[in-house]
Design a protein around this ligand. Structure first.
Ligand SMILES: Nc1ncnc2c1ncn2[C@@H]1O[C@H](COP(=O)(O)OP(=O)(O)O)[C@@H](O)[C@H]1O
Ligand SMILES: [Mg+2]
Length: 418
């Protein structure tokens, strides 16, 4: 910028004002750049995440489980991974998938949450295997021709074929076509001279298919003969997963290495929470970070959500007041969900929850408990219990009935005025 002024007194004043304006503009610009970049840095480096799988800097601990899964993947050992919802199965498996992926070992990942039948499953399975084992469009088209010739699938594509394509398989799930689809990864592995691991998320859905046992038998009989492919089957709804893999008379009994995923320990969480505050220019004491973990029982998703809410409330240094306000927020945010989960419960089911909250965890059919919580008959107790397990509101751990959701527990206590 050029500032021209006359050598008069007035000129001096103008020139000084001009320079002052320039300096002020510069300061404003620098300030904006700093603030914007700071915001960008925070956005890129979001301190806490929940609702999606944790990865990168947001993934903590799980070293032993990562190692064990990685070994299973590399040595072709089938794995079954079970835990309640939102403890970290998907995050863990996705991390191991990224670590294991190589030219010699291809990883296929699919989520069958929305599959309602064996036909849906076969579609999802074929698409995932074809898509994730080929790097080029031509390659997967060739594999379709080579290995699914009997089925003559109908293929539709979007404009960006590698980014998204769908394939619909016109087949009758009752005949040999199913076997052909289930053999797909083995045939591709042999053709490519590599091994394949197929990871299936929300595997408990299988138990809900019509004529599920026959389909399970089919899966197992084909899969157990495959030499180059192993499977990692994982899911929640613990009762369903347990049934699938622990019942001697069901096909998947002793299918592989069963891992019951545990919660992440407090000291790992505290390190994580404190460091996430630090990198974003805020501070939280280890004591307060520990309270975040304790109040939500180290439940992975809730720890992240509560830490995020405390972080939002915190100006520079997290206070007791920020913590209290955040805890109220987490209850408020989950209230609509809890209302939905509990609105259709019968009086007996509510009474059962009341009993668990009141400290009854096993002896539900003693005369005293039956009377106090008005369960009706002891036969009724087991019906009510089964219904609540199915609704995922209670769980049985070491023969003790518990409410696994720590925030729901607090909300229920308040609702039931206990
Ligand atoms: N290893 C981890 N480190 C940090 N947070 C995690 C981890 N695993 C899970 N979480 C938190 O829990 C949430 C649920 O994890 P997710 O893997 O989807 O659980 P699941 O598959 O068992 O339902 C994630 O969104 C994240 O907030
Ligand atoms: Mg999951």
């Amino acid at each position: 910028m050029q500032v021209i002024c006359a050598a008069t007194g007035e000129g001096h004043i103008y020139s000084t004002i001009c320079w002052l304006l320039v300096i002020i503009l510069l300061v404003i610009k620098l300030f904006l750049i700093f603030v914007l970049e700071y915001d960008l840095r925070i956005m890129e480096n979001k301190p806490f995440i929940f609702g999606v799988a944790a990865s990168g800097d947001n993934f903590t601990d799980r070293e032993k489980e990562t190692e064990r899964l990685l070994l299973n993947f590399r040595h072709g050992v089938n794995t079954i991974l079970i835990s309640p919802r939102r403890w970290g199965k998907t995050s863990l498996v996705q991390k191991v998938c990224r670590l294991a992926q190589s030219d010699k070992l291809k990883v296929v990942y699919l989520d069958i949450f929305s599959c309602r039948s064996d036909k849906d499953f076969c579609d999802a399975f074929a698409v995932a295997v074809l898509k994730q084992t080929s790097s080029k469009l031509e390659e997967w088209l060739e594999n379709v021709k080579l290995f699914l010739s009997r089925i003559s699938p109908r293929i539709s594509m979007s404009t960006d074929p590698m980014a998204d394509f769908s394939i619909s398989l016109e087949m009758n799930p009752k005949d040999d076509d199913v076997d052909e689809i289930l053999q797909l990864p083995e045939k591709i592995a042999q053709k490519k001279g590599c091994n394949i691991v197929v990871c299936i998320d929300e595997f408990q859905q299988i138990a809900e298919f019509k004529d599920s046992k026959t389909f399970q038998k089919r899966l197992r009989s084909v899969w157990q003969l495959q030499k180059s492919v192993s499977y990692c089957l994982f899911g929640s709804k613990k009762h369903l997963m347990n049934e699938l893999f622990e019942k001697k008379n069901l096909p998947f009994y002793k299918f592989g290495d069963t891992i019951y995923l545990q919660k992440i320990g407090t000291s790992d969480w505290v390190d994580y929470i404190c460091s996430r505050f630090e990198v974003t220019g805020k501070h939280i004491s280890r004591e307060l970070a520990e309270r975040i973990c304790q109040i939500v029982d180290n439940h992975s998703s809730y720890v992240q959500q509560l830490a995020w809410l405390v972080w939002i409330h915190t100006d520079m240094i997290a206070t007791e007041h920020d913590f209290e306000a955040a805890y109220q927020d987490i209850i408020d945010q989950n209230t609509p969900l809890f209302e939905k989960q509990t609105e259709s419960l019968t009086t007996y089911q509510m009474n059962f929850l009341r009993a668990v909250l009141g400290g009854v965890h096993s002896e539900f059919t003693t005369h005293e408990v039956l009377q106090k919580y008005q369960f009706g008959s002891s036969a009724n107790v087991s019906i009510v219990k089964r219904a609540l397990i199915k609704k995922e509101l209670i769980e049985v751990e070491n023969r003790q009935v518990v409410i696994p959701d720590p925030v729901l527990k607090v909300w229920l206590k308040k609702e039931l005025e206990m």
